[in-house]
Design a protein around this ligand. Structure first.
Ligand code: DX5
Ligand code: ZN
Length: 208
């Protein structure tokens, strides 16, 4: 599956952009939420997610790059997040937050910064529908793919298969037609600058 990240879309025309990538074959819409604390950038928040939900024909895959996500998961789910992914580094009690996301009716996801050990997320996989491998330092679109993160995808694939877990592997950061090949063990590719800087249909088809 391909989840275009609207961080690289035209923010003045999000409805048009979402409909265009849906028409071009996208599967999910990836929404990057940043608080200026967990990452040094501020993007969009709850009211925008709510507005996107009204117009999106595709599931919203919301990636929270915020401190203490427990304070906001309920609001983001009420606003229409289908998948809601938190960073393992951002909360003292990821188990409680992931359980809460499921209780509130969304699909929980866990993610980690490139420098964080995979061991921090492995025990959380049974609570998740999604595990997101960051292949750039979170915070900005348009950065270069970090090859040293590919190993995490393979290890996750082994763990998920061995334990027969129901958890998709998503990869985010620097994904293009070349780097996507290196991540063939993932289920979902997030791509921002690659999709939105090209003809959407050609870009999405080349990732698939
Ligand atoms: C980075 C975000 C990404 C970003 C990816 O913090 O999580 O989703 O939009 O952008 P590209 O595909 O341009 O690396
Ligand atoms: Zn993201």
């Amino acid at each position: 599956m391909v989840a275009p990240s609207i961080l690289s879309a035209d923010f003045a025309n999000l409805e048009k952009e979402i409909k265009a990538v849906a028409e071009a074959g996208a599967d999910w819409i990836h929404v990057d939420v940043m608080d200026g604390r967990f990452v040094p950038n501020i993007t969009i928040g709850i009211p925008v997610v709510k507005s996107l939900k009204k117009v999106s024909p595709l599931p919203l895959d919301v990636h929270l790059m915020i401190e203490e996500p427990e304070r906001y998961v309920e609001d983001f789910i009420k606003a229409g997040s289908d998948y809601l992914t938190i960073h393992v580094e951002a909360t003292k009690d990821p188990v409680a937050v992931l359980r809460r996301i499921r209780e509130l009716g969304a699909k929980p996801g866990i993610t980690l910064r490139p420098k964080t050990s995979l061991a921090t997320v492995l025990p959380l996989l049974p609570l998740c529908d999604l595990v997101l491998v960051m292949t750039v330092e979170p915070g900005f679109g348009g950065q270069s793919f970090m090859h040293d993160q590919i190993e995490k995808i393979s290890k996750l694939r082994q763990e998920i298969n061995a334990k027969k877990l129901n958890c998709l592997i998503e990869v985010d950061g620097g994904i293009n037609a070349e780097t996507a090949k290196l991540c063939h063990e993932a289920d979902v590719f997030v791509a921002g600058s690659y999709v939105f800087s090209k003809d959407y249909k050609t870009a999405i088809a080349s990732l698939k």
